[in-house]
Design a binder for this molecule. Structure first.
Ligand SMILES: Cc1cc2nc3c(=O)[nH]c(=O)nc-3n(C[C@H](O)[C@H](O)[C@H](O)COP(=O)(O)O)c2cc1C
Length: 320
């Protein structure tokens, strides 16, 4: 049974990637993920603000004031060299790809740091582009352009493949995804799960929301992977809501080349990796597949997805 896959040109022993999070914040934790069977890991992100503060290239005026204040106080000294050490030390301990991640929102001087990651041996880079379209003065096009600018600038300084992790809130995701594809993204990672907030209605305070995803959240990912797979040249990685083997198989059937998981590992431990992979192998056997490629994208959307969804909804609604 061959569970290997090619993601962004890298051969992974299987399509299961531990997503960027505290689970990949130290070389020891990366090794534990590898020992548990992961096909690759994405390191915990370094923030654009941390890079610029450390390198003394802060473009301050474009920063969110509270973020600047936080980084000013807690940005961690030597964030850049510590991150490069995290990459090098982690890669030295494992045989799987270790992909660094930058959490960014603008295309300032921090972009040059990407070249240092490449020099340090990064096989690829993931960008968590934090574009939350919350500013009423910015048009959808301006938000999209901000992300395209980041990708275009990064592509000028590195030659390693770049994955772009995006949220779902774009008015025409297929159009924008195609633009990212044409601008040279090697993969799209969908969907970024924004840190969620909640309201305490007794204390009238904003409080942290639920950190971890639920399996239901994967449905929107499956839908968009299946719509995007047939129209993009770049790879797709699914993230958000994959908690078990069934979830992994669904995303691959929809068209994902790789699947990133975090929440289920926090909740259920790293042993979940082995359980998911055992399910994958068993499912492949039961369905007569000897490779990932033989079923990847088999259930991608082929018809008109809008029409298909409308009819499905009619069946539920009119039939009531
Ligand atoms: C505690 C925690 C920390 C995270 N830190 C990062 C991060 O540094 N960078 C990033 O791109 N995503 C980060 N994420 C998001 C995960 O990589 C992932 O995209 C998200 O949790 C959805 O996948 P899941 O449903 O498997 O958890 C974090 C998630 C959690 C739960």
């Amino acid at each position: 049974m061959n569970t290997s896959t090619i993601y962004m040109g890298m051969k992974l022993r299987n399509p299961l990637i531990v997503g960027s999070s505290g689970l990949t914040a130290t070389p020891e934790k990366v090794k534990a993920c590898s020992d548990a069977g992961a096909g690759a890991v994405v390191l915990k992100s370094i923030f654009e603000e941390q890079i610029e503060k450390d390198l003394g290239t802060m473009s301050g005026s474009s920063w969110y004031p509270e973020a600047a204040d936080y980084i000013g106080r807690y940005g961690m000294d030597n964030a850049v060299s510590r991150y490069l050490d995290l990459l090098k030390d982690s890669a030295a301990m494992v045989d799987i790809p270790v992909i660094p991640s930058i959490h960014c929102f603008g295309s300032g001087k921090w972009v040059d740091f990407a070249a240092r990651l490449e020099d340090a041996g990064a096989p690829a880079l993931e960008l968590n582009a934090f574009i939350l379209p919350s500013d009423p003065r910015k048009t959808g096009r301006e938000n999209e352009q901000a992300l395209l600018d980041i990708l275009t600038r990064i592509k000028k300084v590195v030659s390693i493949p770049i994955a772009v992790k995006i949220g779902s809130q774009f008015s025409s995701l297929p159009t924008f995804a195609r633009e990212l594809d044409h601008a040279g993204a090697a993969a799209l990672v969908i969907f970024n799960r924004f840190y969620s907030l909640d309201l305490d209605i007794e204390k009238l305070e904003v409080i942290p929301g639920t950190n971890f995803s639920s399996p239901q959240e994967a449905q929107i990912v499956t839908r968009w992977i299946s719509i995007l797979h047939p129209i993009l040249g770049c790879d797709l990685a699914a993230t958000t809501g994959v908690h078990d083997g069934q979830g992994l198989v669904k995303q691959i059937l929809a068209g994902a080349r790789a699947v990133q998981i975090s929440s289920t590992l926090y909740k259920n431990g790293l042993g979940t990796i082995g359980a998911i992979l055992a399910f994958l192998v068993d499912w492949m056997k039961r369905h007569g597949h000897t490779s990932i490629d033989s079923f990847m994208g088999k259930m991608a959307s082929t018809s008109n997805p809008a029409e298909f969804l409308r009819v499905q909804f009619m069946k539920v609604s009119v039939g009531e």
